[in-house]
Design a binder for this molecule. Sequence first.
Ligand code: ZN
Ligand code: MN
Length: 488
Amino acid sequence: MGELRYRVVVGLEIHVQLCTKSKMFCGCALSFGEEANSRVCPVCLGMPGVLPVMNEQALEYAVLVALALDCKIAEFTKWDRKSYYYPDLPKNYQISQYDLPLGSGGFIEIPLEAGRTKRIGIIRAHLEEDAGKNLHTAGNFSQVDLNRAGTPLLEIVTEPDMSSAAEVRTLAVELQRMVRYLGVSEADMQKGHMRFEPNINLIITKDGVEYKTPIVEVKNLNSFRVLERSVDVEEQRQLDEFLETGEVMGMGNKTTRGWDDINQVTVLQREKEEAPDYRYFPDPDLVPVEFKCEWLEDIRSRLCELPIKRQIRFVDEYKLSDYDAGVLTAERSTAEFFERVVAAGGKPKRVCNLLTQVGLKLANEKGCSVAELDITPKDFAQVSNDVDGGILSASGANKAIELKAQDPDKPFSVIYEENNLIQKSDVGELEQIVEQVIVDNPKAVEDVTSGGKKSKKAQSFLLGQVMQKTKGQANPKVVSEILDRKLG
Ligand code: ZN
Ligand code: MN
């Protein structure tokens, strides 16, 4: 066999459930976990003769995302019927947008390692309604729950610009962060708020000739883990298949596969339907949508700084690591709270440590955001400054925040005092303790003064002894200085 190289090419289709109050074309409330078929009406049940009415909030949410994705917004768009037959779709068509999607031709920036980013093209973004759910849990028959039917979905289709499974996952996570920042979706994976369908193939170079393997679309993936894994698995499967059969991309050989999570493989489902099979045509029951300039500008004014931009700015402006900036900008409320603490006088790096080491942990335990902990930005700033001023150790500061969360009305001066959190920095007092430690540990002292290999370890042993004698309250910086001075 001659020389063979290959790379994987992936485009992604994403369905995002929008968090509107009601469904896309009727007044039923969105639901999760309600009694089956309790959130339905003649419209979403697909009864004959009903008239759907568009949910304006869904449209505004969709346009907001399309603007954040730098899409061109259509001046005129309409609703189309996409016909197919499935038990969870009683009216036998889905209302969607076919040739005039509300957004097209945009991009999303995704973070790569070491603060680099990559642009992934967005082909289109359109609105549609979700289908119901088939349940296969009741025995030797199936049931249909139509609570989900008619839920607004934003479908986003990317260019095939991703070149690894990891990049695909990164894009999905970035999109989740974006829609949450914009407040248009909870994007809760457990509730099926985001579903992914990667289109995958390989470009193989063999003996100097380039081949493309047939495109495979993997359907309906509902976690980041499975999304990433399925791309990896498909990459290997397509390589093996090419080596065995030599089949390359051609007319009509795109296929659809499903994910088998138990065996961690993709499974052939069917040859891909082409658009003519769906018999798209404009829905005669719904009026087309025209975007007036003013309306668009009003929606545009609701855009916020996007998470990736904020992450990059946190690195530049606050000199944080890319990792820390990523943690702080994962949720919009955390990022905004961080900036309020800095505005209240906290030093960015120290504030970052406090929030990531203890603030987020407490918020997580309480199931709230860090801003809802009953600890003010001023409180966090004070504690962080007390660490910088040598009054508290880093662990003492974490303890102080934990205690404040339990008892928000108690002033820090009392919390510090009651829990012996204030560091001993008094040189005279610490010197006596250091001297005692030196007398008690002649072997370690010898290791330090001889300056050999063991010197560093022995020095930190002595420091540890002082910390122990002071129950962790000595200021380690002051103790180190005394040790340095006494042992030369
Ligand atoms: Zn309804
Ligand atoms: Mn769709």
